[in-house]
Design a protein around this ligand. Structure first.
Ligand code: GLY
Length: 363
């Protein structure tokens, strides 16, 4: 089968890799190249129990997290790259009594759902992360969580995909058309015909004939990158106003703003100020960290916060894998497997019932 995947972020790249590794002929197309949209501004947090805001999403995200070790190992092997990936947990930190009460509530929910966790008092939290603010009153450790370097992962996925013959095309997509058994993608470099098109272009939906397209809204996230002399911690640190993702080389990602401002990709002084102030509130020594850069991306949000994965209602040869909102990196392995089963084997797995494109009013 000949397949065109539109969008070379983590979701599109993982799909292209999965399809090609199962024998499909795949072209992956993106106007900006690999991992230049939302993936570029992602901190790569893998935390279903924090970021799965509704039970259905938590379930999908936990399923995808269970696939992550294999996914990373497979991509590392095929690309011959090593990827920053840690599974030492998330540490949610309370800085006052109100936040401590919220964490206690979160801990009860974890207990009800059978998820392993530990509640730490101030001393235990500071033993785990000595640089934590002395304002910390308690913390909640969820050991199954983790993080991955999202851009490096995506580049490695694309290298692995290329090893399976995937062709990467850098061109803007102007439109798609999908009849039964034939699909056409119009780009500014020419027309690409294939059996199937998969749209994985995040917040950027492409015009189609007949006109349709699941509705996703761009939610801007600003992410600051700092550098310390040594690794700050081996857990993701999560506060009420920011999260910190410390890498083993001293990099610290501070994220992220959540802004409904349309397609404005410019970082703002207020965004950076609020992130830095929250980060220093959690870990005061970050005051002395080097400021490296600020990155901006759009989280593609569907009204119900679930991703949109499945066959188009109007175009039988077009499929969607968009709307992953805060969890594109986390949901990539599951999305790729669901999509490959659907497209190559016509196997509609049960998970797809939750996320089908037609469930939303404007789809
Ligand atoms: N998943 C982290 C974020 O969207 O900010």
């Amino acid at each position: 089968m000949n397949i065109t995947v539109v969008g070379a972020g983590i979701v599109g790249s993982a799909i292209a890799h999965e399809l090609a590794s199962r024998g499909a002929r795949v072209q992956l197309i993106d106007s900006r190249g690999v991992a230049r949209g939302a993936t570029h501004a992602s901190a790569g947090i893998l935390a279903p129990q924090i970021e799965g805001h509704i039970p259905e999403l938590r379930k999908l995200a936990a399923h995808s997290l269970a696939m992550y070790d294999d996914f990373v190992r497979r991509v590392e092997r095929a690309s011959n790259r090593s990827i920053e990936y840690g599974r030492n947990g998330t540490l949610q930190v309370a800085l006052d009594d109100r936040e401590a009460a919220m964490l206690a509530g979160d801990a009860q929910a974890l207990a009800r759902n059978g998820v392993e966790y530990t509640v730490l008092d101030r001393e235990a939290a500071r033993r785990l992360v000595p640089s934590l603010s002395d304002r910390a009153t308690s913390a909640l450790l969820v050991p199954s969580h983790g993080y991955v370097a999202a851009s490096a992962l995506t580049e490695a996925v694309v290298d692995a995909a290329r090893a399976h013959g995937v062709r990467l095309i850098t061109a803007a997509v102007r439109g798609i058309e999908g009849g039964a058994g034939k699909a056409r993608v119009t780009t500014d470099e020419g027309i690409i015909e294939s059996d199937v098109v998969i749209v994985a272009s995040g917040s950027w939906m492409v015009p189609s004939r007949p006109a349709e397209g699941p509705s996703v809204k761009p939610i801007r996230g600003q992410l600051v990158q700092l550098r310390c002399d040594a690794a700050l911690a081996s857990q993701v640190i999560w506060g009420q106003a920011c999260y910190l993702v410390p890498w083993s080389d001293g990099t610290v990602l501070v994220g992220a703003t959540v802004e409904d401002v349309g397609y404005d990709e410019r970082p703002t002084a207020e965004g950076v100020r609020s992130l830095l102030s929250a980060a220093i509130g959690l870990v005061p020594s970050l005051e002395r960290a080097q400021f490296e850069e600020v990155r901006v991306g759009f989280r593609p949000k569907a009204t119900d916060e679930l991703p949109i994965i499945g066959r188009s209602e109007a175009m039988p040869s077009v499929f969607y894998a968009v709307g992953h909102y805060r969890n594109g990196v986390l949901l990539a392995p599951l999305t790729a497997a669901l999509m490959a089963d659907l497209v190559l084997e016509d196997r509609e797995r049960a998970e797809l019932a939750l996320v089908r494109p037609g469930r939303l009013a404007n789809a």
